[in-house]
Design a protein around this ligand. Sequence first.
Ligand code: ARG
Ligand code: ZN
Length: 474
Amino acid sequence: MHHRLPSRLAALAVVTLIALTSGCTGETVHGRPGASGLRDPYFPKAGNGGYQVEHYALDLDYDPAGGRLHATAVITARAGQGLSSFNLDLSGLDVESVSVQGEPARFNRTGNELTVRPADDLERGEVFRAEIDYSGKPRPVTDPDGSKEGWIPLAVGEGAVGVGEPVGSMAWFPGNHHPSDKATYDITVTVPKGYEAVSNGELASRREEADGRTVFVWHAAEPMASYLATVAVGKFEVTTGRTASGIPVYSAVAPGEAAASAAVLARLPEMVEWGSGRFGPYPFSSTGAVVLPAHTLGYALETQTRPVFSGAPGSEELVLHELAHQWFGDSVSPKSWKDMWLNEGFATYAEWLWSEDHGGPSAQQHFDAYLAGDTDVDEAADSAWDAFPPAAPPGPKDVSSAPVYGRGAMVLQRVRQEVGDEKFFALLRGWAADHRYGNASTAEFTAYAQEKTGHDLKKVWDVWLYGTGRPKAP
Ligand code: ARG
Ligand code: ZN
């Protein structure tokens, strides 16, 4: 109470200052700064408030010999409030210039935040175009769990890959780097002769420049979360084809991994068709894979339309897992990083289903194997899947830990046990259809599951999804 007067005085002073700086024309000042983070429970600074991106046009010119990137990002976004300034997430690199609506804009950088101050305030609802010219040597980002993402060079001079789960995309382009803000993308990559450049979606064109460099223009037509964007530059072997229903396939494989990848990648088209039967129509207009040299990353990633593998995929299940993410994670994306089990639990469950449909152990047998720690049936059965509840990872280092995968899949099997096959598969398809190209939270899933199946599933949620300790066999 006692500081009410001073704060009112301060407010008056600010108003006066604004009136003075806006030239006392009597115009209303309609902008305020957009938030510098979206307060994600695990990555609070990821993303930015005050606008939503509609489209990214990235023009990346990469030199594998020097590891340098020269780039332009043109971001088309809609202001959700009056904006005097807004932030983009960007890690490392040098920003050379920024313009908004064609006018040079002032900018400054603190940590991973690039703050842009347009010459004129943006109005609520206004669609605006921001252009950022930047360059430098993009670098890897180390996650809270110790994995590497961001921009990872291959062996010296061989190329590089850009990946971004959960926050590494800020190491190679400025953006609203939180899964809740999805946008379409055009990614143009210029590389020296002899290198391939692979990204998301379809290759719209490929041309040789007069100076001998090659320009690859990639177009990702469906909304994409920025953590699912990828660019791989390397001396890859490219194969193209179509699935039985006509979806174009484009895969790029490091030559040293080609022999070991051939058999498993040959099954990808069949997996797309299988997934369409189980989960509903494949959500994207292209598919394929990128196989990097072994050990480039310590993991595979479900980059949209074109998952990335670190060396030849070690199993059919791994390819199936990344493909299943196209429905669960990529098309239906998490609202926050806390909802990661909606990605990983579902993709793990898809592995169990693929096994069930192809003469392997059934999903129920996988579930039982986890309870018994039987690694003959499932190699991950003795993982620490009971360490925490899948819907509540203890911290940011746990969003990709065993319970999010294995126990997340067990939640789905528990639902199937309660509601029966017919309702369960209708639930999976309905979930993918209702949230296609959008975002969803755990609370939305549990409410939807109950409504769609007509079953009270509270005990399943309480024990398997949110409960601590090791649940007993039902
Ligand atoms: N989402 C990837 C998968 O398909 C794993 C990503 C691992 N990333 C990490 N920072 N641990 O399972
Ligand atoms: Zn996964």
